[in-house]
Write a protein of this length. Structure first.
Length: 300
């Protein structure tokens, strides 16, 4: 494409993935992201310290950057499940997600993203109804603040083993939520397509009416290989599934399906994290190079 990708998407970075908190100070990396004109969006997650949260909010307010909020770590860290069959356990997950909406609002985000929990074959239908209950409660609360709730589609049998799940089930779930709420959408992630054994064309066409947010990244899906599972290694990582050709295919499908919208650009964030011996800044630069190359190959 001759025109910049920034014309059609708000390019974003998932801060806690590329700069894991155990290795990188939040405020330092957030300042670095905010100074980088490549990024029109940043995805934050829970900030436990009150003073650090206020300083983060102040940095974001200065930056004219679009703030998103990922509540996935609030569930994955303590092992909470928004579709737990046990109602007490489901309510624990719902509570932290409601708190996430408040924190997201404080940081300047206009919504939250989360993921479904683990499931068992014998109780799958009941788990679906539990997730529907949680999601509708979140949407009701978020609507009072004019905020969105987004569900990210994950693998269902490889790593996260999340209820939602393959693209057809995600589309069905979104349709059910949207029967009662209009502030709900889906996040589709290129890095998850190999983990659900699906293609860009299949996922995007299947979930098209409900997609409100995009992620790109990479994964290793060959058992026995380093970084196997949902670990989001850099593009070009050994034995991994995605690189320039797969990202180009993703862009081609988005273009064909009408997602290049200069008047209302969707957030397109990349979700990559350094391996233990790698540098976050280099991984971010790697991803920018892959994006620019794939975009340059996209036909006008």
């Amino acid at each position: 494409m001759r025109e910049s990708i920034h014309k059609y998407f708000d390019m974003g970075l998932i801060q806690w993935m590329s700069y894991p908190p155990k290795d990188y100070p939040l405020l330092e990396t957030l300042t670095k992201i905010s100074r980088d004109p490549y990024f029109n969006a940043v995805e934050m997650t829970q900030v436990v310290d009150d003073d650090e949260r206020k300083k983060a909010r102040d940095i974001l307010a200065q930056s004219h950057i679009r703030v998103c909020y990922g509540a996935q770590p609030r569930l994955l860290g303590p092992g909470l499940n928004p579709n737990a069959i046990n109602e007490e356990e489901r309510l624990k997950a719902e509570k932290t997600l409601l708190e996430a909406i408040d924190e997201a609002e404080y940081l300047g985000a206009r919504g939250i993203a989360f993921l479904s929990g683990k499931w068992a074959a014998g109780t799958k239908e009941e788990a679906y109804q539990q997730l529907l209950k949680t999601t509708r409660n979140l949407c009701t609360y978020a609507a009072k603040k004019d905020m969105m709730v987004e569900l990210e589609i994950f693998d269902y049998d490889m790593d996260k083993c999340a209820l939602i799940g393959p693209a057809p089930l995600a589309a069905q779930f979104a349709a059910d939520v949207c029967l009662t709420h209009n502030n709900f959408g889906l996040i589709v992630d290129l890095s998850h397509f190999p983990t659900t054994y699906e293609t860009s064309k299949f996922v995007i066409q299947c979930t098209k009416p409900y997609i409100t947010h995009l992620h790109i990244g990479n994964n290793v899906v060959t058992e026995g290989c380093e970084a196997y599972g949902d670990l989001h290694p850099r593009f070009g990582y050994p034995n991994s599934a995605n690189d320039v050709p797969e990202l180009l295919d993703f862009f081609q499908v988005l273009k064909q399906e009408g997602f290049l919208d200069e008047k209302s650009p969707m957030v397109l964030s990349f979700e990559v994290q350094p391996r233990p011996d790698e540098d976050g800044d280099i991984i971010v630069a790697n991803t920018k190079r892959v994006i620019e190359r794939a975009w340059a190959l996209l036909e006008d």
